[in-house]
Design a protein around this ligand. Structure first.
Ligand SMILES: NC(=O)C1=CN([C@@H]2O[C@H](COP(=O)(O)OP(=O)(O)OC[C@H]3O[C@@H](n4cnc5c(N)ncnc54)[C@H](OP(=O)(O)O)[C@@H]3O)[C@@H](O)[C@H]2O)C=CC1
Ligand SMILES: O=C(O)[C@@H]1CCC=N1
Length: 274
């Protein structure tokens, strides 16, 4: 169902583009979406693709929106917050920035309490996103519903009661698509080293991810059981998994995700100190 929700995106890069692509013409008309970004080429592309209005800086249009999505890098956020403050009324602020704490944003926005911190991911572009969400107590039920409607329009949502849990969410699902692409690249490389073409390798790997992920999503059974069903005794899968176990691949993945979460917290600390 289309709404009349007017949304301003501050930052029109990768994540904003994925969200706008999932929202425009679906939850709200492209004309109700306003994008602020310093790059004319970025704005031109978004305007042509989705019919959004654009500007090089935060202005009156942002003041008139119901929701402001902060989609710049954490290092760019301070400048944005300073430019946004004079344009703030009762808009709900939805931040997608990794690490940046809602309480710090609120403080830097003169105590504005209507802030929802989220962690989406880029499959939002095709309506398959996964977004973790946490709200400050000052967010009204209607604003919470509006933020959820935006993220639901581009995929699934998961609310966490403690905002600190968004750093682990970032490590799992925010950065997660990159790990999947990395695994696909590795499978493609292996396929090529064993005589298949690059095209064949990537086709096999992608179809396998899509099929296995859908099977897991549709199943009531634990993922470990689905894995065991592929693993015939003494067979090929057993050989591969034994090799991965002896190389510590699982521990290495766990370590990597903990590094991602720790970096998120560190980015939050860096932002909060400012
Ligand atoms: N990429 C992802 O998969 C995900 C990203 N995020 C979060 O989304 C946010 C954006 O990341 P991402 O989209 O990857 O980054 P991008 O660099 O692709 O996008 C940020 C955009 O904001 C622009 N920008 C810089 N300063 C300003 C300003 N003052 N006003 C308006 N726009 C400005 C940048 O321009 P310029 O390039 O010239 O600096 C750039 O076009 C980050 O906080 C990240 O943590 C969250 C989940 C997933
Ligand atoms: O790499 C990053 O910092 C952002 C947050 C999650 C995905 N990309």
């Amino acid at each position: 169902m289309q709404t009349e929700l007017k949304i301003a995106f501050i930052g029109g890069g990768n994540m904003a583009g994925a969200l706008i692509g999932g929202l425009a013409g679906k939850l709200t008309a492209g004309a109700n979406i306003h994008v602020v970004d310093p790059n004319p080429a970025t704005l031109e592309k978004l305007s042509q693709q989705f019919g959004v209005s654009t500007a090089g800086a935060i202005g009156e249009v942002v003041a008139a929106c119901d929701m402001v999505v902060l989609a710049v890098k954490p290092q760019q956020m301070k400048e944005v917050v300073a430019a946004l403050q004079p344009r703030l009324r009762s808009q709900v602020i939805v931040s997608v920035a990794a690490g940046v704490r809602a309480s710090d944003l609120s403080r830097m926005l003169g105590g504005h309490g209507a802030i929802v911190r989220t962690m989406p991911n880029t499959p939002a572009l095709i309506g398959k996103g996964m977004t973790g969400m946490a709200a400050l107590p000052g967010v009204s039920p209607a604003q919470r519903d509006a933020a959820e409607a935006v993220m639901r329009a581009v995929g699934k949502t998961l609310w966490v009661s403690d905002e600190a849990l968004l750093d682990p969410v970032t490590a799992v699902s925010g950065s997660g698509p990159a790990y999947v692409f990395y695994f696909i690249e590795a499978m493609q490389q292996a396929a090529q080293e064993m005589g298949l073409s690059a095209e064949q390798g990537v086709e096999l790997a992608i179809a396998t991810f899509v099929g296995a992920a859908q099977l897991a999503a549709d199943s009531d059974e634990p993922v470990s059981l689905l894995r065991e069903r592929v693993t015939s005794k003494g067979g090929t899968t057993y050989a591969a998994l034994t090799s991965m176990e002896s190389d510590g691949v699982k521990q290495s993945i766990v370590k990597a995700l903990k590094a991602a979460a720790a970096r998120g917290k560190e980015m939050g600390d860096e932002f909060g100190r400012g």
